[in-house]
Design a protein around this ligand. Sequence first.
Ligand SMILES: [Zn+2]
Length: 154
Amino acid sequence: MSSAWECPCGVSNPAGREKCRGCGVSAERATMVAAQEGDRLEKELTRYDHIRVSTTPEIPGARSKESLGIVTAEVILGMHVFKDVTAAFRDVVGGRVTAYEKELQYGKQVVIRELRAECQKMGGAALVGVRLDYEAISPSMLMITAQGTVVVLE
Ligand SMILES: [Zn+2]
């Protein structure tokens, strides 16, 4: 491998390293596992996509019949992304910034998925008035919270 790589065990490895310095798995194997893990995550993340989500008080084009209550979700992000501040400065244009953006994107997907899962549990069909908030809880951790109102549609 020509670039630094992250093992599914959570350890980042320098470019050219053939075995993970954390768990000893080969770079090739780690890439394969990461890809499978990616597929599994993708499936898991999209499991509740049939639940409609909107930041507006109503789902455009649909009417709410009943409100079942508020749901909240939170996710704490990023130690492995945020810890390497020197790398972030060294490589501002390249990988690290992309890594931040990816991590944020992923965090948003996760909280919305959690809201949808709650909505489904409550027997709702959609979430309205959805709000996302971000809060730095330490220099290396970011919390994303989400809330929304579960509704039944007409
Ligand atoms: Zn490892």
